[in-house]
Ligand binder design. Sequence first.
Ligand code: SAM
Length: 453
Amino acid sequence: MSKKKQVIWDGNVRDAALTILLTVDKSQAYSNLLLHQTIEKYKIDAKDRGLLTELTYGTLQHKLTLDYYLEPFIRGKVDIWVRWLLRMSLYQMQYLTRIPAHAAVNEAVEIAKRRGHKGIASMVNGILRSILREGVRSTDLIEDANERLAIETSHPQWLVDRWVESYGYDKTREMLLENNIAPLQTVRVNTTKATVEQVLTTLEREGVKARRSEYIPECLHLESGQAARTGAFRNGLITIQDESSMLPAKVLNPQPGMKVLDMCAAPGGKTTHLAEVMKNEGSILATDLHPKKLDLIEENVARLGLNIIETAPLDGRKAAGFLQKEGYDAILVDAPCSGLGVMRRKPDIKYTKREEDLESLQTIQLSILNNAVQLLKQDGRLVYSTCTVDRSENEGTVQAFLKEHPEMNLVPIENLPTQLEAKQQDGMLQVFPQDIGSDGFFVAAFVKKGASN
Ligand SMILES: C[S@@+](CC[C@H](N)C(=O)[O-])C[C@H]1O[C@@H](n2cnc3c(N)ncnc32)[C@H](O)[C@@H]1O
């Protein structure tokens, strides 16, 4: 990289996208957070915001496919920033029909000159123009079906192998393709403050196009605008949340007046949903391992005008030593997980997650669940959820948990959108991204056998 000082935003969208891609690569920053911070900090307007988002996500989403295409054209080693520049430019040439290919090449050459020197610019020009002339190689050249799928959809081979083994080739392919489609922004209506109809009208007045979801009544999909910039958001009428993430509160379905515990609560998306489901009556203790993250819950609670939520820092693996035994009517364990369901939103996860990262998660999840059992009243309900798609982490944890706890019964999942009802198996529901166009998600519900059972 040149020694010239880096400024993320100087009005050049492609240059800014390149800086974000490099930062994500070097410091394993989350692409969605960095993008959001950049847009907010520099107050980037709607037109540039669209292209910046598209270039950043698109390049990340298709990284391995782009590398496969680039490989025959690159001789020798190139600096990492040049590689990302080539990927980003080829992404425009291959996937964005509205950008003329020669424009993408010219922009790349200008950036290469500015960030490097004439020699690098000429190399970038040569590579991209050769691709324009000769075209990219076909993935049909890859013999192994899983490897071809991994390259075509830009997912790591270990994950493709793992998913194909668990869910079969066709379902895996659908999931991999869905992961490469950027999601619409989804919000949840705060039903303690307004009806869905009222929020739709408020958003429309603010120039934001939204539509009702087919699945969850309080869920809206935004077709334009930025939820976080609306008055509806500032005034606590909505929460930004993916649709499948709204399932745990629906499934736990705590009644007004109940005493509820949310053991992995930050930043509070589901805690606040629970309070809304409870009509803001009863009490919720929202705990999380990381004390700093509790501020995020408090901010959300204040913005939404909810007053039944208290927060406390607490390691779920030790919670039973600190809270009232058999003291809660309903408990949510929205466990720390491998996050393999959120790749549409955070494409960088595809390249940073390693298979061995998955191994220790079941131990942590089981330990939190073991504590939950001790804190749950007899006949109380426990919901375990993750935002991942992995049989051994999800179903594996449930099976291991049931083995250790004969007093817990896996029960049919109630209060699901009809379209998902038939998808539950043995009282467990794995939502795939392609099912309802949401993040991948897992949920299971248990009831603690009462004294008479
Ligand atoms: C999937 S996130 C929770 C998201 C949250 N329920 C929501 O809807 O906004 C998992 C959370 O578990 C927390 N966590 C990780 N290990 C924990 C532990 N041992 N005890 C309690 N919380 C833990 C993390 O800090 C993280 O905030």
